[in-house]
Design a protein around this ligand. Structure first.
Ligand code: PLP
Length: 437
């Protein structure tokens, strides 16, 4: 169990009386991070670009943020972690880095439940970029069960073959809430027999973890994925930083996504030859979001403290490695809390016959969001009415446009409520009972 009432004290947005139930889009920032930002503003300088005490201090804090982030998701080291502006950019970076490796006749397999961030880049590659070079690559899309919201693994399996270079799949859907079985998807990708230039014989697996990392324990090494993307603005940090985990041997060989300053080895640029920096800086061209990176790493430490014992400062701002059992316990606590909340939401909304609720019926199979449509009222109207009652929801397709068309929704929209660590059961009841059945 987590102590939600204590956690709520640290969030100015909650203290201001807001019923924040649009957390799948972005979460709110706690006072500890706002205070840290103030502190950093007085002392910072650019990283890797100065000899002043400020620059060296900021560089140390910036670099160690990569260690925290790596530890949090169970990556071997900071060399596996590349930071970008958001999950979308992280996924695009994989597409652009692998782009020149695609061969005529290859394919990419994705699913109908993807956020546009994990479909449109592959669509762009297959339909717009590679055809310009005379290379035909097919983008295949796996179905899901409309009733249960479960990914159709048989269909996915039938789409993956020896020409599937990469399988791209959501760890959890931001519309259905479905948590996908990553290990089973990996087995399918592993068995394809696709031959990569480095001799790997299987399809790569990219998981979009944007809705998974904030809500559940994730260990990328145990999962054995090749690429894993997520964002920190969905887990208490301010906007502006997303992460890519990737296998180190792949990053070492992959082309950089962005070219420029700091991603080159010191002094190793001449007219005919450029050598790249060591990992992870090979993928960090230009001045990065330094403060955002430090705040993002500290948001993970704080999330652990909130979950394990709010009010204590065991991990936040501590020069201390994250212990895997603590990460697991912290995230299991959060997951348990969220299952309680979503269970209550499903119970209340399930009793409203005019609603059509999407995704798994069982809270165990989903994250803490619920999307629905009403037989008479548009999702936008519902969201506006909720807003008048002080409840923050989201209406639209949530960038899960393929899935909304898959259900033939017209307009392609639903209304969504999503909960996080600072929501209590009262928030859930207030939000759900505010929906006029
Ligand atoms: C499943 C999923 N993937 C990707 C994204 C994109 O995240 P970002 O906006 O940080 O790029 C989101 C954000 O809503 C998401 O829910």
């Amino acid at each position: 169990m987590i102590d939600t009432q204590k956690i709520r004290e640290y969030f100015p947005a909650i203290q201001a009386g807001r019923v924040v139930t649009n957390n799948a889009a972005s979460t709110q920032a706690p006072v500890q991070l706002l205070d840290l930002l103030e502190k950093l503003v007085v002392q910072y300088d650019n990283v890797h670009r100065g000899q002043s005490r400020s620059s060296l201090l900021t560089t140390t804090e910036f670099e160690s943020s990569y260690d925290t982030i790596a530890q949090f998701v169970g990556a071997a080291s900071r060399n596996n972690i590349i930071l970008y502006r958001n999950a979308t950019e992280a996924i695009n970076s994989v597409m652009y880095s692998l782009m020149t490796e695609f061969k005529d006749g290859d394919n990419v397999v994705t699913t109908f439940m993807e956020h546009n961030s994990n479909y449109v880049p592959w669509y762009g590659l297959c339909e717009e970029i590679l055809p310009k070079f005379g290379i035909r690559v097919e983008c295949r899309i796996a179905k899901f069960d409309k009733e249960t919201g479960a990914l159709d693994l048989n269909h996915l399996n039938s789409l993956v073959d020896r020409r599937t270079k990469i399988v791209c799949c959501a760890g959890a859907s931001n519309f259905l809430g479905t948590i996908n079985p990553i290990k089973k998807i990996k087995e399918i990708a592993d068995s394809s027999g696709y031959l990569h230039p480095n001799g790997d014989k299987r399809s790569y697996l990219l998981i979009d973890g944007a809705q998974l990392v904030p809500n559940a324990y994730v260990n990328v090494s145990e999962l054995g994925v090749d690429f894993f993307a997520w964002s920190f603005h969905k887990m208490l940090a301010p906007f502006g930083v997303g992460a890519l985990y990737a296998r180190e041997d792949l990053l070492l060989k992959m082309r950089p996504f962005l070219y420029g300053g700091d991603m080159i080895a010191e002094g190793m640029v001449s007219r005919g030859k450029v050598d790249y920096n060591s990992l992870p800086w090979k993928f960090t061209a230009g001045t990065p979001n330094i403060l955002g990176t430090i705040l993002s790493a500290q948001s993970l430490r704080l999330l652990m403290d909130f979950s394990l014992n709010p009010g204590t400062q065991n991990y936040f701002m501590a020069d201390k490695e994250l212990a895997t059992p603590d990460i697991k316990k912290a995230m299991d606590n959060i997951e348990f809390h969220e299952k309680t909340l979503i269970g209550e939401a499903l119970n209340i909304l399930g009793d409203m016959p005019s609603l059509n609720i999407f995704g798994p019926k069982n809270p165990e199979s989903r994250t803490s969001l619920v999307a629905f449509t009403h037989k008479d009222n548009s999702p936008f109207k519902i969201a506006e009415e909720l807003s008048k009652l002080g409840v923050e929801s989201r209406a639209g397709c949530h960038c899960a446009t393929l899935a909304h068309h898959y259900y033939e929704l017209n307009p392609p929209a639903s209304c969504r409520l999503s909960f996080y660590v600072y929501n209590d059961i009262e928030d859930v009841r207030k939000a759900c009972f505010a929906i006029n059945p």
